[in-house]
Design a protein around this ligand. Structure first.
Ligand SMILES: Cc1cc2nc3c(=O)[nH]c(=O)nc-3n(C[C@H](O)[C@H](O)[C@H](O)COP(=O)(O)O)c2cc1C
Length: 292
């Protein structure tokens, strides 16, 4: 049953539900609701928001657009940068009682190297997730949409760390499964998917793009079927474990992804609607019989 502990990249996790990067901020939540939040998260592992080498302001506003079945964002990876994240956030995140996965992104291979070398050896960090898939930043899309480029990157990072390497591939590629195969061959320990799907919204008055980043990333139930198709394709092509996400808002959604071969399921946009959604999804999942 799904409530049982699960092994993932050498980690023993209490259950299969984790968070999707950038959709749950335990530090802000603990400021708002008290320090206990940090030690009682509804996830079996926590994935950080993307950390880059340099601090980033993110994209100009507006950054969000509501969709009939989800939302579109052009947040643009705002973060305080590697040095301040290690100094200020890591000590707080290390108080969590669950493994920490650091999500990192570079705009060129040297930046990925800097991030992997700095974070890979840290005792507080159990695994690294390489974000090669963000549709808001051009270079990320290029690496993650090309099997050769992605393989080259993963090979280079593999030489730098023994920490588990999770490669978060982009859905905005012609053949995401080919990228996953290449990442596996290059030494990735796991694949995660899907990131947001590129979309566009027009301002109803000016008829120009609404989002400050022009295009944005669609998330939530709107992308659930796309996620299921891509997870199914990737799981049938690779042997390493897969973290599946994309519009998960119920135990049934999580069960669908697990029955397609996913080891873990990440909850993203649903966290904004209900910060404790992961607990409900986990309970619902435990009552569902999965394909043996
Ligand atoms: C507001 C927002 C911020 C996000 N920030 C990140 C990020 O920093 N790094 C990343 O790899 N993915 C990021 N994502 C993508 C999610 O991790 C996830 O892949 C995607 O939203 C699909 O899952 P969902 O439909 O359950 O939200 C973000 C998504 C949203 C909605």
């Amino acid at each position: 049953m799904t409530g049982n502990p699960v092994r993932f990249c050498g980690l023993q996790l209490e259950h299969r539900i984790i968070n999707a990067s950038g959709t749950f901020d335990p530090i802000a939540a603990s400021r708002a609701f008290g320090n206990d939040v940090i030690t009682s998260l509804p996830f079996s592992a926590f994935v950080s928001k993307t950390v880059t080498v340099e601090p980033r302001q993110g994209n100009p506003p507006p950054r969000l657009w509501e969709l009939p079945s989800g939302m579109m964002n052009s947040i643009g990876l705002p973060n305080k940068g590697l040095v301040r994240w290690v100094e200020e956030d890591l000590p707080i995140l290390s108080r969590m009682k669950i493994p920490l996965i650091a999500n990192v992104m570079g705009f060129e291979r040297d930046q990925f190297s800097t991030l992997v070398e700095a974070l890979g050896g840290k005792a507080e960090i159990s695994a690294l997730e390489l974000n090669v898939s963000c549709p808001n930043v051009e270079t990320g899309t290029i690496i993650g949409s090309d099997p050769f480029e992605c393989g080259q990157l993963v090979s280079a990072m593999r030489l730098l760390t023994d920490s588990p390497l999770i490669v978060k591939i982009t859905p905005n590629a012609s053949d995401p499964a080919a990228v996953a195969i290449s990442a596996e061959a290059a030494g990735a320990d796991a694949i995660s998917l899907i990131n947001t799907v590129r979309g566009l919204a027009l301002d109803p008055v000016s008829r120009r793009p609404w989002l400050g980043g022009r295009t944005g990333g669609i998330s939530g139930p709107a992308i659930r079927a796309a996620s299921l198709a891509q997870v199914d394709a990737v799981c049938s092509q690779v042997k390493i474990p897969v973290i599946a996400m994309g519009g998960v808002s119920s135990g049934k959604d999580a069960a669908d992804l697990i029955d397609c071969g996913a080891t873990l399921v990440a909850v993203g946009t649903e966290n904004f609607r209900d910060p404790m959604a992961a607990e409900r999804i986990r309970t619902e999942l435990e009552s569902i019989s999965l394909v043996p």
